[in-house]
Structure formats: C-alpha cells, structure tokens
Design a protein around this ligand. Structure first.
Ligand code: NAD
Length: 504
C-alpha cells in the first residue's frame, strides 16, 4: 500500500521554504504536483526554484536528465484553489496562523473530492484546532516535515482528536513511499521533536545564566563529552535565535506556562536586540569577517595521581576504571553500598554529576556525564570555592592522563551533559505516558530530527533506570520552581524494579 497512487496529483499550498521542499519530494517520488500560493506570481517562482534544484541534482548525478525533464513536466503552478479539485492530497505550508489555515482548509473542503487527504505542515499550531472548522475533520492530519524537506528524512504524522486512523495511516504510508521515515504522534505542543528537545537549549542557557561557564565551553562540553553534533549556542545561532525562541515560547504557552518549558531571559535579550545568529551576523557568537571564535576553557596540564580508590563501581561511568588502568594508574576497588566515587590521594573525592553541588560536601569534585568515556575528548569538572586545590589538580590530571581536555566550570547541580540528558529522558517518558508516541518512534524522531547520538530511551537504558530520576530529584530539591520536577512517568520507571524486587 502506498497511501496514494502515483497518478494522483499532490497539491502544495503555500510555496515558501517548506512548500517548495515538500513539492520537490512529492515530485521526485513520481506524483504530478500543483503549486498554489496566495501571493501573485510566487507559485510560478517556486516552480522555477524547484526546477533549478532538480538541475543541481542532475549535475551531482543524483537524478537523470530524463527523470528531471519528466518531473518538470509534472509540476504545475496554478492561479486558483479551484485548480486543485482533482488532487488526492493537499499539503498546506502557508503562514503559521490559525485563522489563515482554518479559512484555507474551509475553502479547500468545498473544492476537493471527499476522499482527498488534507494535511498541514504546521509546526506549532494544534492539528485539532486547524482541522476544527472542517465538516469532515477525520480526513485532516498533520504532516510535519523538517527543513530542508528534501534532505531530512523525518516526518511527524500528527493525529488530531478527530483524525481517522485510516487518514493517519494513509499519511504515514505516503511519507514512507516518498522515501521518508515517518513517526506517529498525537496532537501535543511541539509534537515529538520540538517538545522533547527543549531542555537541550534551556539547560545550556541556564548553566550560562548561572555564570558557571561561557557559551564556547558549554558547546565544547556538549559536543566533545556529550556526543552531540553541535552545542546549543552554535546550533541556535544556526537555526536563528528568533525561530528557536518562538518554538520554545509557543510550547511553553501551549503547556499553560509549565515551568519545565520556561524560555530563557538571555535568549529573549538576544532576540530583542537583533542578535539573531548567523543570519544577522551576530548571536551568541560574532560572525563578522575576521571575528575570532572564542575558545572553550581548557585547564592547564596537571600531574596525574599515582592511584585512585574506586568505591562501588562508577555506575554509568564504569568504563572510566578500565581507562584509568590502561593509562597506568593503579585502581583499588572497594565494595561500598552507596559509593559511586573515586577517592584521590588528596583524600578528596571525584563524583559523577548527580544533581547535587560540590559546596554541600567536603572536598568533592564533580565530573560530567559522557556519552562514551573512551571516545570523549573533553570532560567538565566542577568544584566549590573551598574544594582543596590539590583535589581539583589531581582530578584534572587524572582526566588529562586519559587523553581528555578538561573544562573546569562553576559549581552547578547536574553539571552540563547530565542535567540535559536527564531532562530529555524525563520528557520522553512523560510523552509516552501521555500517549504522544511510542518509545521507538521517540528515539527515531530525536535521532533523525535533531541528530542526537542516541534516542532518549537508548540513553536511559545505557545509564540505568534511576539515573535521570535521581539527578532531577536532587535538582528539584535545590530549585523547587517545578522546572526539574521529575514526571510521574519517570518516577514509576525508576522505581518499578525496586517494587518488584521488594514484593517478590
Ligand atoms: N521553516 C521551517 O523550518 C519550518 C519547518 C517545519 C514546518 N514549518 C511550517 O511550514 C509552514 C510554512 O513555513 P515556511 O517557513 O515555508 O514559510 P514561508 O514564509 O517561507 O512561506 C509561506 C508561504 O505561504 C504563502 N501564503 C500565506 N498565506 C497564504 C494563504 N492563505 N494561501 C496560500 N498561500 C499563502 C506565502 O505567500 C508564502 O509564500 C508554517 O506553518 C511553518 O510553521 C516551517
């Protein structure tokens, strides 16, 4: 089943950035495609732009000249909505305004056949609301492509309250037939990706606002320790601070100002002052010709300790013990019920970020969570003002002996990567519990939609079921605003095993 015969024309309404990309995808898949735009001449311009992109594909040997000519012949800009009457699918990609979209679909419903599937590419409006004015909202579905649509494989297929299962299934099959990777998703603010990705930006901004580290250091730790392709500051500069902030703002408002989605004051200031990122020449970073990119904080060379005492394995950081031994540093393991720490020759302790702060303990240095301690090229450490300099130096020397750069940051709970990953895992569990999507689709969406090195559930399995809960629980105690409150779903997940063990 393909969801739509190739002979069936596809209409794209709104031929800006997204409309053009979606039209190209449908066209290359083999459909006749009609383009309509409210602005006179724009559909024709869009057809020209799509033709030029097909030429580039031919030049790169990714499309034959014959296939391009055939595709061009199937592409038709039209001047009236009435010209879309025989289309089997309409994908709307107009202005992101509820009244505009509702009015458009009301008109389209009078024009197209009863079995025509109606889809919106909205990224922030409710699919239920957009389809709300239709006589038959059952055939209306969200089909959320990512920019650039011809390149990015992910499509979120969003079912509104009234969407028929058959319509959602058709949309899913169509996306698949077009070579995309669809995921099924309920109508929720931000759908899957834009909902679950919020903490990636918010936590980086929060660490910066807490004066714990500068953007270059936080970005470097997210990349080189967390395994993310880009840091939050450089990524939002690329996306555009205005675009990124408006998604955050819309998700936060749609969740009735839920503290977990609170926007960043610093990002607001950037947007207000016109520092929108690469496109305006300046965002978190300066893109002017000749401007120097700031370097991340990297600690000076220190002597490695001669030995460490490992108390209780290191949980998700257990690989470190192997790496330390491989570096020729002696490890004495002691079985401790509650310990997951390294004791250094200074007597001070090195502890994996757990949501507490160094200042609460005597002589503790925290180290951040890495995606993979073997391949990580940088690790962040944090210490309190009264942590002994010798302990910090030994901790620094230890990681340097493993070949890592070390960034020493301020004493914030959950450091950088641990808090980010814990919050992403929490939102993912919460989304499954609320029926937004399956675990598998969430993992797929986060890997393909925002390029995460692991899906949240894959990460969760790697870390152990209580890691994210424990980090957030501690952070919530220190910041009771609700921002870090672990969800009921995460709580259940973390304690399910304990309960089963307790009752057996
Ligand atoms: N840009 C992105 O990264 C992105 C990603 C995913 C989804 N979206 C969503 O896709 C939609 C379009 O976004 P875009 O970035 O392509 O916008 P855009 O501004 O590039 O294009 C919008 C086009 O719609 C036309 N238009 C406006 N009102 C219309 C109407 N009533 N009838 C017909 N045409 C009309 C405009 O003339 C314009 O050509 C929005 O809903 C947006 O939220 C955007």
């Amino acid at each position: 089943m393909t969801g739509l015969d190739l002979s069936s024309p596809v209409a794209v309404v709104g031929t800006g950035t997204m409309g053009q990309g979606i039209a190209q995808v449908a066209l290359v898949a083999g459909h006749p495609v009609r383009l309509y735009d409210a602005a006179p001449g724009r559909a024709r311009d869009a057809a020209g732009a799509i033709g030029a992109r097909l030429d580039r594909l031919v030049a790169k040997d990714r499309l034959t000249a014959a296939a391009r000519d055939a595709a061009r012949a199937r592409l038709e800009p039209v001047d009236n909505l009435a010209d879309l009457a025989d289309c089997g699918l309409v994908v709307e990609a107009v202005l992101e305004r509820l009244d505009v979209k509702q009015r458009l679909f009301g008109e389209l419903e009078e024009i197209v056949a009863e079995d025509c599937l109606l889809a919106s590419n909205t990224s922030s409006l409710s699919v239920t609301a957009v389809g709300g004015a239709l006589r038959n909202p059952g055939r209306f579905v969200g089909l959320h492509f990512f920019n650039p649509a011809p390149l990015l494989p992910l499509v979120e297929v969003v079912s509104g309250f009234a969407t028929d299962v058959t319509s959602a299934t058709r949309a899913y099959e169509i996306a698949r037939a077009w070579g995309k990777t669809p995921v099924a998703c309920a109508d929720t603010p931000g759908f899957i990706v834009n909902r679950i990705a919020r903490p990636f930006y918010a936590e980086a901004f929060a660490v910066h606002e807490a004066q714990a580290a500068d953007p270059a250091t936080i970005d470097a730790v997210l990349r080189e320790c967390g395994g993310f392709k880009m840091g939050a500051f450089e990524l939002t500069d690329l996306i555009g601070q205005d675009v990124n902030e408006s998604v955050t703002h819309s998700v936060w408002q749609s969740f009735f100002q839920d503290a977990r989605f609170t926007p960043s004051l610093a990002q607001r200031r950037l947007v207000e002052s016109g520092r929108l990122g690469r496109k305006s020449g300046r965002g978190w970073y300066d893109y002017a010709d000749g401007a120097e990119r700031p370097e991340p904080h990297t600690a000076d060379k220190e002597q490695p300790p001669a030995y460490v005492i490992a108390e209780g394995g290191l949980g998700p950081a257990a690989e470190l013990l192997t790496l330390i031994r491989e570096a020729g540093i002696r490890v004495r393991e002691e079985d401790e019920d509650h310990g997951t720490r390294l004791v250094l020759p200074s007597g001070g302790q090195l502890v994996l970020a757990d949501g507490q702060t160094s200042a609460e303990f005597r002589d503790v240095v925290y180290f951040d969570l890495a995606l993979d301690y073997r391949t990580a090229t940088r690790v962040a450490l944090s210490a309190a003002q009264d942590t002994s300099p010798r302990t910090l130096a030994e901790a620094t020397g230890l990681f340097q002996a493993l070949g890592k750069d070390v960034s020493v940051i301020g004493d914030v709970p959950g450091m950088i990567v641990a808090r980010t990953v814990a919050r992403i895992i929490d939102l993912a569990h919460d989304a499954v519990a609320k029926g937004v999507a399956t675990e598998e689709d969430i993992d797929t969406a986060m890997r393909l939609g925002v390029n995460y090195p692991l899906g949240p559930f894959e990460w969760d399995r790697r870390l152990g079921r209580d890691f994210a809960f424990d980090v957030l629980d501690e952070m919530h105690e220190r910041d009771p605003s609700g921002r870090y409150a672990p969800s009921l779903a995460l709580y259940r997940h973390a304690y399910a095993t304990d309960k089963r063990e307790g009752t057996s």
